[in-house]
Ligand binder design. Structure first.
Ligand code: SUG
Length: 438
């Protein structure tokens, strides 16, 4: 029995809006707004509860310690923690903002995953994303590696690979879609730039490199199952910084905006060659759904999940319900595909303010019963864990954070106290630097 588990990232206690991601329009738009980390974390937790109530496998990944004073020390700030924070807060405080983001909540960027059914050595492979295109995200990788190795510890069942060399930008599962039919499975990797590329986006950075996608496919021993395809430069320039902003797939269904990938006709033909007539692609043109609406309301950044009935459901952000064009696209998907039962709209607007919809907040990991049993950490969602996490958030999180609060050393102390308790609650052991004795 194989089941997909969605590993959602909990929003961390420093969740804020700092405008850190060029090419991510929501991040720029909300820069400087007052944030409510408690509400952000509770919204994420409610999404987990809801998805779990649909009968879908649900699990949780912990936040990372922020502000990252270790990163500030590597950048030349010195003294005790309070002195480091206060020195970094001088001037425009940009470095302090970069090391304070709660961006690890978007676990679609934590790693790329291949289930054991698809890999040559029949183990589950995870490659931690280097996220090297954005400094504030690149500092996630080392903690993510430690956390994933603590969770997927059994070498008999799992391999957690180091990130690929940082020169080749890798954004993890946000640029990867696994599709399948009775003819086989295909892992579709989307890349935006290659080291020798002549053409690419002009306005915004292309984060994912072709070399990284190919490396991950090799590391995961996917062989012919891998399909490495270019993202549409036009889509990236319109704000689709990851492929999951304009496409989402599950089993034999792919929802696709025409600006998700370059040459979508050729892509669809290749997918059909591999997966046969069972493949259902619900494509939408720029004319029917302008990319501006898709980027603003994130209908493709939905979770497309298979229910126990065999039918599928979409978990979409409420923003996609309010926008009439994206709402009618989702209605069309349900009426046309006849495989998709329902669209559920869910409020994750705190995360959406930074460009992270429901799909960004989860890492999909397919596990057999045996593999699931090999995970000793208490990361799988149930009523009891839900209750404990809710109490934990309510007792540790502030309901208001501005950029000016980030240099407050008491915020750092609060974060460490909270995360120390959380690692106990999730039976993860000591996974953070601050938990190691000097
Ligand atoms: O990397 N936003 C994240 C959003 C990630 C969304 N993930 C997926 N599409 N899978 C990013 O751009 C903004 C933080 C700020 O501006 O404060 C940010 O990092």
């Amino acid at each position: 029995m194989v089941r997909e588990f969605n590993f959602d990232g909990l929003a961390g206690p420093t969740h804020n809006y700092a405008g850190l991601s060029p090419g991510n329009l929501a991040s720029a738009k909300h820069a400087g707004e007052v944030a409510n980390p408690r509400a952000a974390a509770l919204q994420g937790l409610e999404k987990m509860r809801f998805v779990s109530s649909l009968g879908i496998g649900q699990a949780v990944l912990p936040p990372e310690p922020r502000p990252d004073v270790g990163a500030l020390r590597m950048l030349g700030f010195s003294g005790d923690d309070a002195a480091v924070l206060s020195a970094a807060a001088q001037g425009d405080a940009h470095l302090l903002r970069l090391v304070s983001s709660a961006s690890a909540m978007w676990t679609a960027n934590a790693a790329t995953v291949a289930p054991s059914s698809d890999t040559a050595d029949r183990r589950v492979h995870l490659t931690v994303a280097n996220l090297s295109s954005m400094f504030h995200r690149s500092i996630e990788a080392s903690n993510t590696l430690t956390a994933l190795r603590a969770i997927f510890r059994s070498g008999q069942h799992f391999v957690v690979h180091d990130p690929v060399p940082a020169f080749f930008g890798d954004e993890g599962a946000a640029n990867h879609t696994r599709l399948g039919s009775t003819s086989g499975t295909t892992h579709l990797f989307g890349w935006g730039r290659d080291a020798r590329a002549q053409s690419g986006p002009r306005k915004f950075p292309a984060r994912q490199s072709r070399e990284a996608s190919e490396a991950v496919a090799r590391l995961h021993q996917l062989g012919e199952r891998a399909l490495v395809w270019q993202q549409s430069p036009r889509g990236i320039d319109a704000g689709a910084f990851h492929t999951d902003v304009l496409a989402v797939g599950n089993d034999n269904v792919l929802l696709l905006h025409e600006f998700a990938f370059a040459d979508p006709d050729a892509l669809c033909a290749e997918l059909e060659r591999r997966l046969g007539s069972e493949l259902v692609v619900v494509r939408v043109t720029e004319r029917d759904l302008p990319v501006e609406d898709a980027v603003a309301a994130y209908p493709f950044n939905s979770q497309l999940v298979t229910l126990a009935s065999g039918k599928m459901a979409i978990v979409a952000p409420t923003e996609a319900q309010k926008n009439t064009r994206t709402k009618s696209y989702l209605d069309r998907v349900v009426s046309e595909s006849n495989l998709i039962d329902a669209v559920h709209f869910i409020d994750v607007n705190a995360s959406m303010g930074n460009g992270g919809g429901p799909a960004c907040l989860r890492l999909r990991v397919r596990l057999t019963d045996e593999e699931r049993a090999a995970v000793n950490a208490r990361v799988f969602f149930d009523d009891e864990l839900h209750r404990e996490l809710k109490t934990w958030i309510e007792s540790h999180y502030r309901d208001r954070i501005t950029l000016g609060d980030l240099s407050d050393v008491s915020l750092l102390d609060e974060v460490r106290t909270a995360l120390d308790e959380l690692t106990g609650l999730l039976c993860l052991g000591s996974i953070y630097d601050f938990q190691q004795s000097p």
